[in-house]
Design a protein. Structure first.
Length: 313
């Protein structure tokens, strides 16, 4: 893996600051936590001597960073097909299919998006989570952005924290809301089932906006916009509104058939065995140029078949 080598002189404005804070100002491509790790590993010196993260720095001192980080993602690259909708030296945007787990974990040690990304770009092994800064559930389809450099990773994380990344979804729900709305309800672990999320008083703040895009006899297609990005947020918030997603195996319900539903519609609803959720739109500011970027991903084929059946009734 390529070594990281940087040098800088401490400016007057940073005199007296902690070493880790001064480094974060001098080398903004790297997060403060990462710089702290490198300081503790002895990869940062001042005038040739190692220091602690809390040690002060003084104007004119020469700081040297010479790091050879271990791979952040020691996983096997796998030749899993990727639909790449955008790619440059800093970013990679992919259209994730249903059934593809994003991160390896219990029950999914391989065959994930991370494995596919490492095959596409082996240098991603140096970045946290192979550059992935947000996630989609296994059976949610659509757009996901990946950073290809430390600088892009830090910038995208900052954009997500500032809630300036635009993420719009389409969802098909059971029920017919009169109009759109706003859900402002904290999301956290379900008190009785740690594998599920729920609206709970001690959860993390979460805001979801939704509006009606298309009405059917007993279902509705919604446009959904996120302010925050909590685990299962859309699925939990819609179920909390009494509008569970079609096919959701965790927060949904058994198929609901409108009165007089055709056999084709019944089969379509029975056969849609994943949450009807698609990350349709993604927008952000390019981490290097600052230019606004946006992408759209059309829904997958199974989604279109579901909509055709709902329209036919």
């Amino acid at each position: 893996m390529e070594r990281l080598r940087h040098q800088a002189a401490v400016p007057e404005a940073l005199t007296g600051q902690r070493l880790d804070r001064a480094l974060a100002a001098l080398f903004p491509d790297y997060s403060r936590s990462r710089l702290q790790q490198w300081i503790k590993a002895g990869w940062v010196t001042i005038e040739g001597a190692a220091r602690r993260p809390r040690d002060p720095v003084y104007a004119g001192e020469r700081i040297r960073l010479d790091a050879e980080p271990e791979p952040e993602t020691p996983l096997t690259p796998e030749a899993i097909p990727l639909t790449v909708v955008y790619e440059d030296a800093d970013l990679l945007v992919v259209d994730k299919p249903a059934g593809l787990v994003v991160h390896p974990g219990a029950g999914h040690p391989s065959g994930t998006l991370v494995n596919a990304l490492l095959h596409h770009d082996p240098s991603l092994e140096a970045l946290p989570r192979a550059g992935i800064v947000h996630r989609l559930d296994k059976d949610t389809t659509g757009l996901l952005v990946v950073a290809r450099t430390y600088a892009a990773h830090n910038d995208l994380v900052a954009q997500l924290q500032a809630r300036t990344v635009g993420r719009a979804y389409e969802a098909v729900v059971v029920g017919r809301p009169i109009a759109g709305g706003r859900v402002d309800a904290p999301v956290g672990r379900h008190p009785g089932d740690r594998k599920r999320m729920a609206v709970v008083a001690n959860g993390r703040p979460a805001v979801t906006h939704y509006r009606v895009a298309e009405r059917f006899a007993a279902h509705t297609r919604l446009h959904v916009q996120l302010e925050s990005g909590r685990t299962h947020q859309v699925r939990v918030h819609m179920a909390h509104q009494g509008l569970p997603l079609v096919g959701d195996p965790v927060y949904g319900r058994r198929p609901v058939y409108p009165r007089g539903a055709s056999e084709a519609l019944r089969q379509a609803l029975d056969g849609f065995r994943r949450q009807a959720l698609h990350a349709r739109h993604l927008s952000l500011r390019h981490p290097r140029s600052g230019d606004p970027l946006s992408w759209e991903a059309p829904p997958p084929a199974d989604w279109e078949r579901l909509l055709e059946a709902l329209r036919a009734g």
